[in-house]
Design a binder for this molecule. Structure first.
Ligand code: HAM
Length: 420
């Protein structure tokens, strides 16, 4: 009987492995972001990867593309509808309410890193599993916080030497000023109904604001002629937006008003913003966010306003310049069993002293071990043979200069840490 050829199992379309060669860059960006968020008083919060489907239907919004087209929703074994989170914001609101965090302290500042899932058409910069860095603030009404979070995002970009970015800002109004705007918008869209794609025609009746999210070129062009939400702001929203822009100005932050940037999620009120990069191509938004003052109340909680942003890590990492900062790395080459034992013990001591140290157990001769150390980019090689074990003195080779010298076990650390 002939064996069936084995089928190769590959990664799912739209997902990406983060390989060891890229992991350092991820760690660097995550650690700088973490450090900056903590400097601004944010604390980490982690929530589950899947949630009840209705959390996103209610939070992200039933007319958003994310909910109507992109959610990974499934029934679990108990028949309950669950969804892999497409974004983080509704999850943190749920977590606050579940744990009554609002009763412990206010305002609240949280940050979060993790994978998100959206079943969109994969392309460069758009994945089905991607990662976000997210920050959220609850209980701050003042537009100063709107400006502060944009300034914090700008600080993060600058710390990581990211250039060629632009900050776009808008206000989408609130429950008071949006209905008259939506009536006008609907009228304008109705007038060109036949020229819009079937999806946008459906949106005219459902939520005309969502027409601005359409990726079809014809609809995008058409929507440029539609009324601007900023022409309809109520006095409160207008004042908020004006002050937001004043505070951005006082931080010296350049921005562009983008009156048709309504953002693709249903919950936004007042301020919205995005940071885009000219280095990214079609999917140019590194980060997007805004205010969502009604979400907590709509979830049955207290009337506590919210604001935040999320950064797409895959997109961001593709424009972060990066040079690996190398710590001193020592490779132990040994010959014979006694040397192996001595090497294992020395490796343990050196690691305790904070030195990255590698000993490998394959049966290689000294020449092969030296070339392996070279390939791995070792800064030092400690050579141990039978004689060295007996004398308790070892050969330490500096791989950059090629200089080799004899050292005692206790001197290795001092030697390696000595500035060259
Ligand atoms: P969003 O604009 O949907 O906002 O996503 C934020 C960022 O995530 C985008 O600017 C982009 O960099 C990245 N992103 C989104 N979808 C994908 C994808 N399919 N592949 C790769 N990257 C992607 C939110 O998610 C809101 N929760 C932001 C927020 C927080 N608003 C208030 N608080």
């Amino acid at each position: 009987m002939s064996a069936k050829p084995k089928k190769k199992i590959t990664a799912i379309k739209g997902t990406k492995d983060i390989l060891p060669s890229e992991a350092r860059k991820w760690q660097k960006v995550e650690s700088v972001a973490r450090e900056i968020f903590e400097l601004y008083g944010y604390r980490e919060i982690r929530t589950p990867v899947f949630e009840a489907t209705e959390l996103f239907e209610k939070g992200t919004g039933e007319t958003s593309d994310v909910v109507t087209k992109e959610m990974y929703t499934f029934l679990d074994k108990g028949g309950r509808s669950l969804t892999l989170r497409p974004e983080y914001t509704p999850s943190v609101v749920r977590a606050i309410l579940d744990h009554s965090l609002h009763l412990k302290s206010q305002p609240m500042r949280y940050y979060f890193f993790g994978p998100m899932f959206r079943h969109d058409k994969p392309q460069k910069g758009r994945y089905r599993q991607f990662h976000q860095i997210d920050i959220e603030v609850f209980g701050e009404k003042d537009p100063a916080i709107d400006a502060e979070i944009v300034e914090m995002a700008d600080f993060l970009l600058k710390r990581l030497n990211v250039t060629d970015t632009e900050i776009l800002v808008n206000s989408v109004g609130c429950k008071a000023c949006r209905p008259p705007y939506l009536r006008e918008l609907k009228q304008a869209a109705e007038a060109v109904r036949e020229d819009l794609c079937p999806d946008c025609q459906r949106k005219i009746d459902l939520n005309p604001l969502r027409i601005f999210d359409c990726k079809e070129e014809a609809c995008r062009e058409m929507s440029q002629g539609f009324p601007k939400v900023t022409d309809f702001l109520c006095p409160d929203c207008e004042e908020h937006f004006k002050l937001f822009c004043v505070y951005l100005g006082s931080y010296g932050i350049a921005y562009r008003l983008e009156p048709r940037m309504v953002r693709g999620l249903d919950y936004y009120t007042k301020t919205t913003f995005e940071i885009i990069s000219s280095k990214l191509g079609a999917q140019d938004a590194i980060l997007g966010g805004g205010r969502y003052d009604d979400m907590m109340k709509e979830f049955g909680g207290p009337d506590i306003c919210g604001i935040g942003f999320a950064m797409g890590l895959e997109r961001f990492l593709s424009i972060v310049p990066f040079k690996e900062e190398k710590e001193s790395f020592l490779y132990i080459a040994f010959l014979g069993d006694a040397a192996k034992n001595a090497g294992m013990e020395l490796a343990r001591q050196l690691r305790k002293g904070g030195i990255e140290c590698l000993i490998e157990y394959r049966d290689r001769n000294l020449k092969n071990q030296m070339s392996r150390a070279n390939k791995l980019g070792a800064d030092w090689v400690l050579i141990i043979g039978e004689d060295e074990v007996k004398a308790n003195r070892y050969q330490l080779k500096n791989m950059e200069t090629g200089v080799q010298q004899e050292v005692g076990a206790d001197d290795i650390l001092t030697f390696i840490q000595k500035p060259s």
